[in-house]
Design a protein around this ligand. Structure first.
Ligand code: 13P
Ligand code: SF4
Length: 319
Protein backbone atom coordinates (compact mmCIF):
# COMPACT_ATOMS: atom_id res chain seq x y z
CA UNK A 1 0.00 0.00 0.00
CA UNK A 2 2.86 2.33 0.88
CA UNK A 3 4.43 1.55 -2.52
CA UNK A 4 1.12 2.31 -4.25
CA UNK A 5 0.86 5.64 -2.44
CA UNK A 6 4.40 6.60 -3.45
CA UNK A 7 3.80 5.60 -7.05
CA UNK A 8 0.56 7.61 -7.13
CA UNK A 9 2.43 10.64 -5.77
CA UNK A 10 5.10 10.35 -8.47
CA UNK A 11 2.39 10.05 -11.14
CA UNK A 12 0.65 13.21 -9.85
CA UNK A 13 3.94 15.08 -10.18
CA UNK A 14 4.63 13.69 -13.68
CA UNK A 15 1.12 14.56 -14.86
CA UNK A 16 1.72 18.16 -13.81
CA UNK A 17 5.21 18.32 -15.37
CA UNK A 18 4.05 16.82 -18.67
CA UNK A 19 0.76 18.77 -18.89
CA UNK A 20 -0.93 15.37 -19.06
CA UNK A 21 -4.38 14.05 -18.09
CA UNK A 22 -5.21 10.50 -17.04
CA UNK A 23 -8.30 9.04 -18.74
CA UNK A 24 -9.44 5.74 -17.21
CA UNK A 25 -12.20 3.23 -17.86
CA UNK A 26 -14.34 1.82 -15.04
CA UNK A 27 -12.85 -1.64 -15.58
CA UNK A 28 -9.24 -0.74 -14.73
CA UNK A 29 -7.61 -1.06 -11.32
CA UNK A 30 -9.44 0.97 -8.65
CA UNK A 31 -6.24 2.83 -7.68
CA UNK A 32 -5.98 4.15 -11.26
CA UNK A 33 -9.62 5.19 -11.27
CA UNK A 34 -9.12 7.10 -8.00
CA UNK A 35 -5.99 8.79 -9.30
CA UNK A 36 -7.68 9.83 -12.55
CA UNK A 37 -10.51 11.42 -10.62
CA UNK A 38 -8.28 13.09 -8.01
CA UNK A 39 -6.00 14.63 -10.65
CA UNK A 40 -8.83 16.18 -12.68
CA UNK A 41 -8.73 13.46 -15.33
CA UNK A 42 -11.66 11.28 -16.28
CA UNK A 43 -13.17 7.96 -15.25
CA UNK A 44 -15.90 7.03 -17.65
CA UNK A 45 -17.47 4.75 -20.21
CA UNK A 46 -16.07 4.75 -23.74
CA UNK A 47 -18.20 7.67 -24.87
CA UNK A 48 -17.18 9.85 -21.91
CA UNK A 49 -13.51 8.95 -22.36
CA UNK A 50 -13.67 9.99 -26.02
CA UNK A 51 -15.44 13.23 -25.22
CA UNK A 52 -13.12 14.14 -22.34
CA UNK A 53 -9.98 13.47 -24.38
CA UNK A 54 -11.08 15.69 -27.22
CA UNK A 55 -12.24 18.56 -25.00
CA UNK A 56 -9.48 18.69 -22.36
CA UNK A 57 -6.64 21.19 -22.68
CA UNK A 58 -3.85 18.74 -21.73
CA UNK A 59 -1.25 18.18 -24.46
CA UNK A 60 -0.74 14.55 -23.42
CA UNK A 61 -3.43 11.98 -22.65
CA UNK A 62 -2.63 8.80 -20.73
CA UNK A 63 -5.35 6.33 -21.63
CA UNK A 64 -5.83 3.56 -19.07
CA UNK A 65 -8.08 1.17 -20.91
CA UNK A 66 -7.75 -0.89 -24.08
CA UNK A 67 -6.26 -0.09 -27.46
CA UNK A 68 -9.41 1.13 -29.21
CA UNK A 69 -9.87 3.77 -26.50
CA UNK A 70 -6.35 5.10 -27.09
CA UNK A 71 -6.91 5.08 -30.85
CA UNK A 72 -10.18 6.97 -30.51
CA UNK A 73 -8.44 9.60 -28.37
CA UNK A 74 -5.69 9.98 -31.00
CA UNK A 75 -8.18 10.12 -33.88
CA UNK A 76 -10.06 12.95 -32.17
CA UNK A 77 -6.90 14.78 -31.04
CA UNK A 78 -4.13 14.13 -33.58
CA UNK A 79 -2.15 17.06 -32.18
CA UNK A 80 -2.02 15.49 -28.70
CA UNK A 81 0.41 12.83 -27.53
CA UNK A 82 -1.66 9.79 -26.56
CA UNK A 83 0.14 7.24 -24.41
CA UNK A 84 -1.03 3.82 -23.24
CA UNK A 85 0.66 1.84 -20.46
CA UNK A 86 0.42 -1.43 -22.41
CA UNK A 87 0.17 -1.57 -26.19
CA UNK A 88 -0.95 -5.22 -26.01
CA UNK A 89 -4.18 -4.33 -24.19
CA UNK A 90 -6.65 -5.18 -26.91
CA UNK A 91 -10.27 -6.41 -26.99
CA UNK A 92 -11.80 -9.62 -28.36
CA UNK A 93 -14.29 -7.56 -30.38
CA UNK A 94 -11.48 -5.66 -32.07
CA UNK A 95 -9.52 -8.89 -32.67
CA UNK A 96 -12.59 -10.63 -34.09
CA UNK A 97 -13.24 -7.98 -36.74
CA UNK A 98 -10.25 -7.70 -39.11
CA UNK A 99 -10.50 -4.65 -41.37
CA UNK A 100 -10.08 -6.47 -44.71
CA UNK A 101 -12.76 -9.07 -43.93
CA UNK A 102 -15.05 -6.36 -42.61
CA UNK A 103 -14.53 -4.29 -45.71
CA UNK A 104 -15.60 -7.24 -47.89
CA UNK A 105 -18.71 -7.66 -45.72
CA UNK A 106 -19.59 -3.98 -46.30
CA UNK A 107 -18.91 -4.28 -50.03
CA UNK A 108 -21.38 -7.17 -50.21
CA UNK A 109 -24.16 -5.03 -48.66
CA UNK A 110 -23.88 -1.56 -50.21
CA UNK A 111 -27.53 -0.77 -49.45
CA UNK A 112 -26.93 -0.80 -45.67
CA UNK A 113 -25.79 2.00 -43.36
CA UNK A 114 -22.63 0.80 -41.62
CA UNK A 115 -22.80 1.19 -37.83
CA UNK A 116 -19.71 0.12 -35.96
CA UNK A 117 -19.23 -0.29 -32.23
CA UNK A 118 -16.37 1.75 -30.75
CA UNK A 119 -14.58 -1.49 -29.75
CA UNK A 120 -12.87 -1.74 -33.16
CA UNK A 121 -9.67 -0.69 -34.90
CA UNK A 122 -9.24 2.68 -36.61
CA UNK A 123 -9.32 0.86 -39.97
CA UNK A 124 -12.75 -0.64 -39.25
CA UNK A 125 -14.05 2.73 -38.04
CA UNK A 126 -12.76 4.32 -41.24
CA UNK A 127 -15.20 2.12 -43.15
CA UNK A 128 -18.21 3.13 -41.01
CA UNK A 129 -20.97 5.67 -41.51
CA UNK A 130 -21.49 5.80 -37.74
CA UNK A 131 -19.42 4.79 -34.74
CA UNK A 132 -21.44 4.15 -31.58
CA UNK A 133 -20.79 3.15 -27.98
CA UNK A 134 -23.10 1.12 -25.78
CA UNK A 135 -24.55 4.29 -24.25
CA UNK A 136 -25.82 5.80 -27.54
CA UNK A 137 -25.98 2.85 -29.94
CA UNK A 138 -29.67 2.21 -29.40
CA UNK A 139 -30.71 5.85 -29.86
CA UNK A 140 -28.63 6.20 -33.01
CA UNK A 141 -29.98 3.00 -34.58
CA UNK A 142 -33.53 4.05 -33.62
CA UNK A 143 -33.01 7.36 -35.43
CA UNK A 144 -31.60 5.63 -38.53
CA UNK A 145 -34.45 3.11 -38.49
CA UNK A 146 -36.98 5.95 -38.28
CA UNK A 147 -35.39 7.35 -41.47
CA UNK A 148 -35.98 4.00 -43.17
CA UNK A 149 -32.30 2.96 -43.21
CA UNK A 150 -31.22 -0.69 -43.04
CA UNK A 151 -28.21 -1.35 -40.84
CA UNK A 152 -25.04 -3.36 -41.15
CA UNK A 153 -23.82 -3.78 -37.57
CA UNK A 154 -20.42 -4.88 -36.24
CA UNK A 155 -18.89 -6.46 -34.33
CA UNK A 156 -20.75 -7.42 -31.11
CA UNK A 157 -23.63 -9.75 -31.92
CA UNK A 158 -25.23 -9.53 -28.46
CA UNK A 159 -25.27 -5.73 -28.37
CA UNK A 160 -26.49 -5.77 -31.99
CA UNK A 161 -29.34 -8.17 -31.27
CA UNK A 162 -30.26 -6.24 -28.10
CA UNK A 163 -30.56 -3.03 -30.14
CA UNK A 164 -32.47 -4.91 -32.84
CA UNK A 165 -35.01 -6.14 -30.26
CA UNK A 166 -35.37 -2.68 -28.73
CA UNK A 167 -35.72 -0.72 -31.98
CA UNK A 168 -37.16 -3.21 -34.48
CA UNK A 169 -34.51 -2.04 -37.00
CA UNK A 170 -33.45 -4.24 -39.92
CA UNK A 171 -29.91 -5.17 -38.80
CA UNK A 172 -27.42 -7.50 -40.40
CA UNK A 173 -25.04 -8.57 -37.62
CA UNK A 174 -21.34 -9.38 -37.61
CA UNK A 175 -20.86 -12.33 -35.23
CA UNK A 176 -18.29 -10.99 -32.74
CA UNK A 177 -18.44 -11.22 -28.97
CA UNK A 178 -16.75 -10.04 -25.81
CA UNK A 179 -14.94 -12.88 -24.05
CA UNK A 180 -15.94 -11.44 -20.66
CA UNK A 181 -19.67 -10.75 -21.10
CA UNK A 182 -20.29 -13.77 -23.31
CA UNK A 183 -19.54 -15.95 -20.27
CA UNK A 184 -22.52 -14.84 -18.18
CA UNK A 185 -25.09 -17.63 -17.89
CA UNK A 186 -28.83 -17.10 -17.44
CA UNK A 187 -29.36 -20.24 -15.28
CA UNK A 188 -26.66 -19.27 -12.81
CA UNK A 189 -27.84 -15.68 -12.73
CA UNK A 190 -31.41 -16.84 -12.08
CA UNK A 191 -30.20 -19.03 -9.20
CA UNK A 192 -28.39 -16.06 -7.64
CA UNK A 193 -31.46 -13.87 -8.15
CA UNK A 194 -33.64 -16.54 -6.48
CA UNK A 195 -31.32 -16.45 -3.47
CA UNK A 196 -31.60 -12.62 -3.37
CA UNK A 197 -35.16 -11.82 -4.46
CA UNK A 198 -34.74 -8.23 -3.21
CA UNK A 199 -31.84 -7.53 -5.60
CA UNK A 200 -32.00 -5.54 -8.84
CA UNK A 201 -30.10 -7.03 -11.78
CA UNK A 202 -27.82 -4.77 -13.85
CA UNK A 203 -26.52 -6.11 -17.18
CA UNK A 204 -24.13 -4.73 -19.81
CA UNK A 205 -25.61 -5.26 -23.30
CA UNK A 206 -22.58 -7.24 -24.52
CA UNK A 207 -24.10 -10.12 -22.50
CA UNK A 208 -26.21 -12.87 -24.15
CA UNK A 209 -29.93 -12.19 -24.75
CA UNK A 210 -30.96 -14.78 -22.13
CA UNK A 211 -28.97 -12.83 -19.51
CA UNK A 212 -30.25 -9.41 -20.64
CA UNK A 213 -33.80 -10.81 -20.40
CA UNK A 214 -33.36 -11.15 -16.61
CA UNK A 215 -32.16 -7.56 -16.16
CA UNK A 216 -33.89 -4.69 -14.42
CA UNK A 217 -31.52 -2.35 -16.27
CA UNK A 218 -29.44 -2.98 -19.41
CA UNK A 219 -26.90 -0.27 -20.14
CA UNK A 220 -23.38 1.03 -20.61
CA UNK A 221 -21.06 1.13 -17.62
CA UNK A 222 -22.02 4.73 -16.82
CA UNK A 223 -25.73 3.93 -17.21
CA UNK A 224 -25.41 0.98 -14.80
CA UNK A 225 -23.65 3.19 -12.23
CA UNK A 226 -26.39 5.81 -12.62
CA UNK A 227 -29.04 3.12 -12.06
CA UNK A 228 -27.55 2.28 -8.66
CA UNK A 229 -28.06 5.90 -7.57
CA UNK A 230 -31.54 6.12 -9.08
CA UNK A 231 -33.09 2.92 -7.72
CA UNK A 232 -34.07 2.67 -4.05
CA UNK A 233 -32.88 -0.97 -4.04
CA UNK A 234 -30.21 -1.95 -1.48
CA UNK A 235 -28.76 -4.99 -3.27
CA UNK A 236 -27.57 -5.26 -6.87
CA UNK A 237 -26.43 -8.20 -8.96
CA UNK A 238 -24.00 -6.83 -11.54
CA UNK A 239 -23.29 -8.58 -14.85
CA UNK A 240 -20.28 -6.78 -16.26
CA UNK A 241 -16.53 -6.61 -15.57
CA UNK A 242 -16.01 -6.51 -11.80
CA UNK A 243 -13.78 -3.43 -12.09
CA UNK A 244 -17.03 -1.42 -12.06
CA UNK A 245 -17.75 -2.50 -8.47
CA UNK A 246 -14.98 -0.20 -7.22
CA UNK A 247 -16.90 2.88 -8.33
CA UNK A 248 -20.29 1.51 -7.25
CA UNK A 249 -19.03 0.68 -3.75
CA UNK A 250 -17.32 4.05 -3.39
CA UNK A 251 -20.43 5.98 -4.34
CA UNK A 252 -22.81 3.77 -2.36
CA UNK A 253 -21.02 2.23 0.63
CA UNK A 254 -24.42 1.43 2.19
CA UNK A 255 -25.50 -0.80 -0.71
CA UNK A 256 -24.52 -4.41 -1.45
CA UNK A 257 -23.10 -5.50 -4.79
CA UNK A 258 -22.93 -9.10 -5.96
CA UNK A 259 -20.92 -10.04 -9.03
CA UNK A 260 -23.00 -12.11 -11.45
CA UNK A 261 -21.75 -15.69 -11.91
CA UNK A 262 -20.30 -16.84 -15.21
CA UNK A 263 -20.55 -20.58 -14.56
CA UNK A 264 -21.00 -23.12 -11.79
CA UNK A 265 -22.98 -22.92 -8.60
CA UNK A 266 -25.14 -19.82 -8.96
CA UNK A 267 -23.26 -18.12 -6.14
CA UNK A 268 -21.74 -14.68 -6.59
CA UNK A 269 -18.30 -15.18 -8.11
CA UNK A 270 -15.29 -13.17 -6.90
CA UNK A 271 -12.93 -14.22 -9.67
CA UNK A 272 -15.37 -14.17 -12.62
CA UNK A 273 -15.63 -11.47 -15.27
CA UNK A 274 -12.35 -9.63 -15.36
CA UNK A 275 -11.20 -8.41 -18.74
CA UNK A 276 -7.58 -9.63 -19.10
CA UNK A 277 -6.71 -6.64 -21.28
CA UNK A 278 -8.15 -4.03 -18.95
CA UNK A 279 -6.15 -5.75 -16.18
CA UNK A 280 -2.89 -4.89 -18.00
CA UNK A 281 -3.25 -1.33 -16.71
CA UNK A 282 -1.46 -0.59 -13.45
CA UNK A 283 -0.02 2.32 -11.47
CA UNK A 284 3.50 1.05 -12.25
CA UNK A 285 2.70 0.93 -15.98
CA UNK A 286 1.29 4.46 -15.99
CA UNK A 287 4.34 5.75 -14.12
CA UNK A 288 6.75 4.14 -16.60
CA UNK A 289 4.73 5.45 -19.55
CA UNK A 290 4.85 8.97 -18.20
CA UNK A 291 8.54 8.76 -17.29
CA UNK A 292 9.75 7.48 -20.65
CA UNK A 293 6.99 8.49 -23.07
CA UNK A 294 6.44 4.81 -23.92
CA UNK A 295 3.40 3.49 -25.71
CA UNK A 296 2.54 6.42 -27.99
CA UNK A 297 -0.41 5.71 -30.30
CA UNK A 298 0.53 6.45 -33.90
CA UNK A 299 -1.99 6.19 -36.73
CA UNK A 300 -1.87 6.66 -40.46
CA UNK A 301 -3.13 10.23 -41.01
CA UNK A 302 -5.48 9.38 -43.90
CA UNK A 303 -6.99 6.47 -41.99
CA UNK A 304 -7.40 8.60 -38.87
CA UNK A 305 -9.15 11.35 -40.84
CA UNK A 306 -11.59 8.83 -42.31
CA UNK A 307 -12.25 7.29 -38.89
CA UNK A 308 -12.85 10.69 -37.33
CA UNK A 309 -16.00 11.49 -39.33
CA UNK A 310 -18.22 8.69 -37.98
CA UNK A 311 -16.93 9.28 -34.43
CA UNK A 312 -17.72 12.99 -34.64
CA UNK A 313 -21.16 12.15 -35.99
CA UNK A 314 -21.75 10.14 -32.80
CA UNK A 315 -20.43 12.92 -30.53
CA UNK A 316 -22.69 15.45 -32.23
CA UNK A 317 -25.68 13.13 -31.91
CA UNK A 318 -24.95 12.57 -28.21
CA UNK A 319 -24.29 16.27 -27.42
P1 13P B 1 -18.78 1.00 -22.13
O1 13P B 1 -18.86 1.88 -23.30
O2 13P B 1 -20.11 0.66 -21.53
O3 13P B 1 -17.85 1.57 -21.12
O4 13P B 1 -18.21 -0.41 -22.59
C1 13P B 1 -16.93 -0.59 -23.08
C2 13P B 1 -16.50 -1.98 -22.98
O5 13P B 1 -15.43 -2.36 -23.44
C3 13P B 1 -17.40 -2.92 -22.34
O6 13P B 1 -16.86 -4.16 -22.29
FE1 SF4 C 1 -13.36 -5.87 -25.01
FE2 SF4 C 1 -14.92 -7.29 -23.44
FE3 SF4 C 1 -12.60 -6.38 -22.52
FE4 SF4 C 1 -14.66 -4.68 -22.99
S1 SF4 C 1 -14.58 -6.31 -21.46
S2 SF4 C 1 -12.51 -4.39 -23.56
S3 SF4 C 1 -15.56 -5.63 -24.79
S4 SF4 C 1 -12.88 -7.87 -24.17
Amino acid sequence: LQQQRESAERIRQLLRERNAALVAHYYVDGALQDLARETGGCVGDSLEMARFGSEHAATTLIVAGVRFMGETAKILSPEKTVLMPDGDATCSLDLGCPADEFSRFCDAHPDRTVVVYANTSAAVKARADWVVTSSVGQDIVAALHARGEKILWAPDRHLGSHIQRQTGADMLLWQGSCIVHDEFKADELQALADAHPEAAILVHPESPASVAALADVVGSTTQLIAAVGRLPTQTFIVATDQGILHDMRKRHPDKTFLAAPTAGSGASCKSCAFCPWMAMNSLAGVEQTLLHGHGAIELDATLARAARKPIERMLQFAA
